[in-house]
Design a protein. Structure first.
Length: 606
């Protein structure tokens, strides 16, 4: 079988058969007085060391810590300890792992295979009662006792990153962005045989959003492992399955500012409805109805949700809300065909530009939706395509020309931010490919430049420069992502912060997860503690999945065409003005002209 995507299609059923039975409570607990028990995620998962570095260097045999072992406590009789000697399951782990999806086609990576891995990542992030076909043998049921303030179950959804926290804001954004990549490049998912997996992931997220909307005026904003704060919950290091106590919950209620959160949830449900309406029209109708209710509430509660739910500050602080309203209205219009919703989207899109200055205009993410809204608006009002897609041209020009504090490293990686840089790179690559999709071969030089930029950055992510920043995929992939479940070994064993300190690779491979990537100097350390560069997150893979689908779909200039045009560095020039004299810009020589002409002819014949 060639590639990881083919592997999953055959092996997932086999892997599901290997899932371990539910864990039993540790037998050693009866032998150690509760007041002296240490390290016990089976005895008390809530209480953790005040910081990982404060754990006493106590030897640990993999069963119980010595009675009375000193450890900084968090307000209770039990806590974690980090063993001086690694437990057996962490010993002799390899320093590197072999990457999948390394088969080269016409000198380029197997993007369809990598897309299959990205879908696996979302399945590895699931919480709740897992389905019978769960393909991740090292994940089991978790969070089954989580409830909303009214007692209704909110079990399910996804953990946000390498932790055990759910954040509705970025999760909803991730769903809509996944849907965006799918509706633009369905052929990519089809060629990768990942259509069913994409739809299953979106439905998993939508099912939880329906639970999170536990009353007509309330929406769960965040949950975290039991504890006084999200930061304290982050001190837990162990199996998510070991957390038995209901999660702490914070909710956005009526009358509170939070249009951004409500609109993101509305967009996610409407986007999922667009993807699923042919498969399950009744379910899609339910999603649209809930999306419309959320959108109506969002319009009445303008403002930032992070002002109403201060616990999210520093994690997913919001900086704008009008673009979220435009995003939601556009998705609802796309799901319903409602011209009124399309007009609302247009007006909010323009208001975002005038009132919020277009947001942080260098990138696309959950706080900067202008480019994505523009793409949706061109689908709704094709006659205004040039206007709606102008933001993509403007922002991509900033990247290609290294303006507004954007640069390229010596190895060719685009760089904009210290934390999770590659998510922004992937997102802008997706915007470039969406622009190409919208014009379908028009402006061939621009299409060539945009495709070569996207391909170059995807190639770097998958290991062109000697190190893949996608776990388990590509050339010499990272293997120590900052991710608790991946670091913890089999569900049948114990896990504590010794797993954080393990010098070897994570015992469980988090296939398909995009990590943050190198710094501005191109330096990278594959270390679990290096969370700025080596953590993973739902939103980081959302745009990345769309890039992979776009490159797998075909119809874009190939890597061979990029090389023939002298654009192997992905750094060609393309004016933000569609009518501009692109030929006068750097990188537009005879070879580029010939390659663009060939691509234009191919697009016309397709």
């Amino acid at each position: 079988m060639a590639g990881l995507s083919g592997y999953w299609s055959v092996a997932w059923v086999l892997l599901a058969a290997l899932l371990p039975a539910a864990r039993a409570q540790g037998a050693c607990l009866a032998a150690v007085p509760a007041g002296n028990q240490c390290g016990g995620n089976e005895s008390n998962p809530i209480l953790t060391c005040a910081s990982f570095s404060s754990c006493a260097n106590q030897a640990w045999d993999g069963a119980c810590c010595p009675a009375g072992a000193p450890c900084a406590q968090l307000g209770g009789p039990t806590c974690w300890t980090c063993g001086g000697q690694l437990p057996a399951y962490l010993r002799d782990l390899p320093d590197t792992i072999e990457g999948n999806c390394t088969r080269m086609v016409n000198g380029d990576f197997d993007y369809g295979c990598a897309l299959g891995a990205s879908m696996f990542f979302y399945m590895a992030q699931r919480t709740g009662r897992l389905p019978a076909d769960n393909p991740v043998p090292w994940r089991g049921d978790s969070g089954l006792n989580d409830t909303a303030p009214n007692g209704q179950s909110i079990s399910g959804g996804w953990f946000d990153a390498g932790d055990t926290t759910r954040f509705t804001f970025p999760a909803a954004y991730s769903m809509a962005t996944l849907a965006l990549g799918f509706i633009a490049f369905p052929e990519g998912y089809q060629r990768a045989t990942q259509v069913a997996e994409l739809k299953a992931n979106l439905r998993w997220g939508a099912d939880w959003l329906l639970k999170a909307r536990y009353s007509p005026q309330h929406l769960v904003a965040a949950t975290w492992a039991p504890g006084a704060s999200i930061r304290q919950a982050h001190l837990f290091w162990g199996h998510p399955e070991d957390i038995r106590t209901p999660a702490s919950v914070r909710v956005l209620g009526p009358g509170q500012p939070g249009a951004d959160l409500l609109a993101q949830a509305a967009a996610a449900l409407a986007a999922t409805a667009v993807v699923l309406r042919q498969d399950d029209p009744d379910y899609a109708g339910l999603l649209v109805s809930e999306a419309q209710g959320l959108f109506t509430q969002a319009k009445d509660q303008e403002g930032l949700y992070s002002d109403s739910v201060p616990e999210v500050a520093g994690f997913y602080t919001s900086f704008s809300f009008i673009d979220d309203l435009a995003w939601a209205a556009a998705w609802i219009a796309l799901a319903t065909g409602d011209e009124g919703a399309a007009e609302e989207a247009r007006l909010y899109w323009l208001r975002h530009i005038t009132d919020e200055g277009g947001g942080e205009g260098r990138r696309f993410d959950y706080n900067n939706l202008q480019q994505g809204v523009g793409y949706l608006m061109h689908l709704l009002q094709p006659a205004k395509k040039d206007q709606y897609l102008q933001p993509i041209r403007d922002v991509t020009a900033l990247w290609l020309e290294e303006r507004s504090d954007i640069k390229f490293t010596s190895k060719g990686m685009a760089y904009i931010d210290t934390w999770g840089n590659l998510r922004y790179v992937a997102n802008q690559a997706l915007m470039a490919l969406l622009h190409n999709k919208a014009y379908k071969g028009e402006y061939p030089h621009r299409a060539l430049v945009y495709a070569c930029f996207a391909r170059k950055q995807a190639r770097i992510m998958l290991g062109e420069t000697g190190r893949s920043y996608v776990v388990g995929v590509g050339t010499n992939p990272v293997c120590r992502p900052h991710h608790r479940a991946s670091s913890c070994g089999a569900l049948s064993g114990r896990c504590d912060c010794s797993a954080l300190r393990n010098p070897g690779c994570n015992p469980n491979v988090l296939y398909g997860a995009l990590v943050g990537g190198p710094n501005a100097d191109g330096e990278f350390k594959d270390d679990r503690n290096n969370y700025e560069q080596n953590e993973v997150a739902l939103d980081w893979n959302a745009g990345f999945s769309g890039v992979l689908a776009g490159l797998a779909a075909g119809g874009m200039p190939s890597w061979e065409e990029c090389r023939a045009a002298g654009l192997a560095d992905g750094r060609g020039g393309a004016s933000p003005d569609l009518s501009g004299a692109a030929a006068a810009r750097a990188g537009w020589g005879a070879a580029a002209a010939a390659a663009a002409a060939a691509f234009a002819l191919g697009a016309l014949l397709a």
